[in-house]
Design a protein around this ligand. Structure first.
Ligand SMILES: C=C1C[C@]23C[C@H]1CC[C@H]2[C@@]12CCC[C@@](C)(C(=O)O1)[C@H]2[C@@H]3C(=O)O
Ligand SMILES: O=C(O)CCC(=O)C(=O)O
Ligand SMILES: [Fe+2]
Length: 327
């Protein structure tokens, strides 16, 4: 049996994989070109905090081109890539995630959406990647806006841009990430799965994920079971973030998700994290309270974001802000 070298295997977390991976056919599917999209979105956000989107208007060629440039970037020598690290808070990261000893079988680029990333350190051959990234970030913001508007319409709340105005704001604190999970051939043989990106919920409002056709992404259901999401390079996968859970007073649930490394193929994913301005108060919308009390103590995105950086990836970060019903 082939094993990872001791020093490598000790660093990482594994999950037992006694059962064959079950790909779920229950993932909600939303066709953005259909009139019932808004109702399906609301149902999916209540039941899963997660759904797949088709007919989103982003040409597959644009996604493939960016993917190609991203693979090219990750094939640079490690020394070269590390010139852009560590990712505190933005830049190139390898194995280490966040600031509190979380590790995964992953390397990544973490970028803000407000500033131009400093790619000059990588030289001319990354120019195309930088330009494509810029266009893509704008397309992602627009798609996030469209989906958030549909959520408000589906929830029958006014104005329809209550959510989307936060990610469209000039001061919006959104982020973008490109994750590369190299294939890990040793894995295919020993019946265990290496964690690529450990379980967590995304703290922002909404996340838009697009990956190549390599499996590994899983979501956790309410009963604690993990289900594998069949990859689809032509679609987007949408996650409800913690902030949207709070704004809907718990009606929408942020989804716990993780990535398992693949024994055969590398996985490449790109995620847009739509966040509010730092000074924004995150609290349930009055129109969704209907006389009920807020389930959460008030906080600003600045406070929540700071607290995420003090947490471990798998922590229940919202727990700290839950208001225990006074009785
Ligand atoms: C252990 C970590 C790593 C964090 C912060 C903290 C808890 C949640 C993680 C994420 C998850 C979503 C994207 C990200 C950019 C975010 O906003 O929260 C991640 C961030 C990072 O990768 O740095
Ligand atoms: O890379 C992926 O497919 C998902 C990673 C993720 O959940 C994240 O970066 O927040
Ligand atoms: Fe995530």
């Amino acid at each position: 049996m082939v094993l990872l070298s001791k020093s490598t295997s000790e660093q990482f977390s594994y999950v037992r994989n006694n059962m064959p991976t079950t790909f779920s056919s229950t993932i909600p599917l939303v066709d953005l070109s259909k009139p019932d999209a808004k109702n399906l979105i609301v149902k999916a956000c209540e039941d899963f905090g997660f759904f797949k989107v088709i007919n989103h208007g982003i040409p597959i060629e644009a996604m493939s081109q960016l993917e190609f440039e991203a693979f090219k970037f990750f094939s640079l020598p490690l020394k070269e890539k590390e010139k852009g690290g560590p990712p505190n808070p933005f830049g190139y990261g390898n194995k280490n995630i966040g600031l509190n000893r979380d590790v995964g079988w992953v390397e990544y680029l973490l970028l803000t959406t407000n500033e131009e990333p400093n790619f000059s350190i990588y030289g001319k051959h990354t120019d195309k990647f930088r330009c494509l990234l810029n266009d893509y970030k704008i397309a992602m913001r627009n798609m996030a806006c469209e989906i958030l508007d549909l959520m408000a319409e589906g929830l029958k709340i006014q104005p329809k841009n209550v959510f989307s105005k936060l990610v469209m704001d000039k001061q919006s604190d959104s982020a973008f990430r490109v994750n590369h999970y190299p294939a890990c051939p040793e894995l295919a043989l020993n019946g265990e799965n290496l964690i690529g990106f450990g379980e967590h919920t995304d703290p922002q409002i909404i996340s838009l994920l697009r990956s190549n056709n390599t499996s590994g992404f899983q979501i956790s259901l309410r009963d604690g079971r993990w289900i594998s999401v069949p990859p689809d390079h032509s679609s987007f996968f949408i996650n409800v973030g913690d902030s949207l859970q709070v704004m809907t007073n718990g009606r929408f649930k942020s989804v716990r998700h993780r990535v398992l490394a693949n024994g055969i193929n590398p996985r490449l994913s790109m995620i847009y994290f739509g966040g509010p301005p730092l000074s924004e108060k995150i609290a349930p919308l009055p129109s969704l309270m209907k006389g009920k009390e807020s389930l959460y103590k008030e906080f600003t995105w600045f406070e929540y974001k700071n607290s995420t950086y003090g947490s471990r990836l798998a922590d229940n970060r919202l727990g700290h802000y839950e208001r225990i019903a006074a009785s």
